[in-house]
Structure formats: structure tokens, C-alpha cells
Design a protein around this ligand. Structure first.
Ligand SMILES: *[C@@H]1O[C@H](CO)[C@@H](O)[C@H](O)[C@H]1NC(C)=O
Length: 215
């Protein structure tokens, strides 16, 4: 009897570990049905008999993103929002364009690790390990180089070359999510009380308020 209980505890533990990432599909595919109002973990499947090649396809990653913005970068996603056939499959893709000296600002993906490859240009890239070390792990990448950003860690890229840069990133979620640190901390809706941010960042409330005004 005691052995049985132990076995079930082990099974339960193993399952909960496996489920900390996106669960494996239980059918060939589950094309997202954006018209369904049902709320599930992922999206509702449309009738598989109605599956078409276009459900698994996206066009446009050859198009240069418009980097005329304050950061000098543009992300073009290809995730389940653009490709309904990605639903339940645990992968997605993005193209990132960078103007000279443009940055992809520090951010995290709450649901995905990322593997990025440089197609054009030179990028300085890095991520920061979790507390208490907060160690910056960074390097310069050239065309053809690949770098990994582990799940959940804050990371960034900066174009340090003289021309435009282009990278493609693959992510281990159909819907990786993005938390841009500056927007989340200083641009939340409603704002986080400046008393909180003033203590957290060890700066005067005026500095916090001027940062909040920018986001
Ligand atoms: C790029 O974005 C800027 C700022 O939003 C806009 O003024 C400009 O027309 C855009 N350029 C193209 C080619 O779409």
C-alpha cells in the first residue's frame, strides 16, 4: 500500500514537472479557431476536416520592418496570432530589424526560451541571470552567429554595426508573450506609485515621475 502511494506521488511530481512547459499535442494539430468564445489553455480547435495549407502558413518575413521609431528596431512576429496552425505546437518565430545603433530593449518572454540568428549586420546581445548574481552574459554576434536567451531571463540586442541588421528568432512557445521592462515598470496602466519605484530604484520621486511621463 505504502509503495502504491509513493508511486502515485512520483507520477504526480513527474507530470507537474513535464507540464511546466507547453503540453504535448493530443492530435495531429489543433488549428486555432479565432471565432470561438470558449476560454481554454491555448485556443479552441477548428474542425480538422476544414484544415488548409494557409492555416499553417504566413507570408511577409522577407519584408524589412520599419525601424523609424525611438528604439530603432522592429519585431515582426509569426506566432499563433498570425499562424493558427501553431496552436498547441509550442514554437514560433520572429524577424527583428535594427537601424544602426538601434536596440531591442530589455525584455523577457514569460513562456519561452529563444534562439536567435543574425542574418545581416553585427549585434551586441546579452541576458542577465536571476538573483542574487544578476550576472550579464553577453557577446557580439556577426552574420550567421546564433545565441540563446534562456526562458524568462531579461535580454536585449543592440545593433553595433554601421548598417542595418536583421535577425530571426525561434521561440519555444506558440505565444511567448513579451514583458518590456521599461514599459512594465514605468508605463503600467494604472501607474505604480512613485513611492514604490523611488525606493526600488533608489532615486528621487521626480526622476521616477519624469520616467513615468515618457512611457
Ligand atoms: C515608418 O514609420 C514612421 C513612423 O511611424 C512613418 O512616419 C513612416 O511613414 C513609416 N515608413 C514606411 C515606409 O512605412
Amino acid at each position: 500500500m505504502a509503495n502504491h502511494i509513493l508511486l502515485w506521488v512520483l507520477v504526480a511530481l513527474t507530470c507537474s514537472i513535464a507540464l511546466s512547459f507547453e503540453p504535448s499535442p493530443m492530435q495531429d494539430f489543433c488549428i486555432a479557431d479565432p471565432t470561438s468564445t470558449a476560454r481554454v489553455n491555448g485556443m479552441v480547435c477548428k474542425d480538422p476536416k476544414m484544415a488548409q495549407a494557409l492555416d499553417f502558413s504566413f507570408s511577409g518575413l522577407h519584408i524589412t520592418g520599419n525601424t523609424s521609431n525611438i528604439l530603432g528596431s522592429k519585431v515582426t512576429p509569426a506566432n499563433v496570432a498570425q499562424i493558427p496552425g501553431l496552436n498547441t505546437l509550442g514554437i514560433s518565430l520572429a524577424r527583428i530589424d535594427y537601424a544602426p545603433w538601434g536596440i531591442n530593449a530589455p525584455h523577457t518572454h514569460p513562456r519561452a526560451s529563444e534562439i536567435l540568428t543574425v542574418l545581416e549586420g553585427t549585434l551586441f546581445v546579452g541576458f542577465v541571470t536571476s538573483n542574487p548574481e544578476n550576472r550579464l552574459i553577453s557577446m557580439v554576434l556577426n552574420k550567421g552567429d546564433v545565441f540563446v536567451f534562456p526562458m524568462g531571463l531579461v535580454h536585449f540586442q543592440r545593433n553595433v554595426g554601421y548598417g542595418n541588421a536583421v535577425a530571426f528568432a525561434a521561440l519555444s512557445s506558440q505565444n511567448p508573450g513579451v514583458i518590456t521592462i521599461a514599459d512594465a515598470v514605468f508605463g503600467s496602466n494604472l501607474p505604480i506609485a512613485s513611492e514604490v519605484l523611488s525606493k526600488a530604484f533608489q532615486v528621487d520621486k521626480n526622476i521616477v515621475e519624469s520616467l513615468q511621463a515618457k512611457f
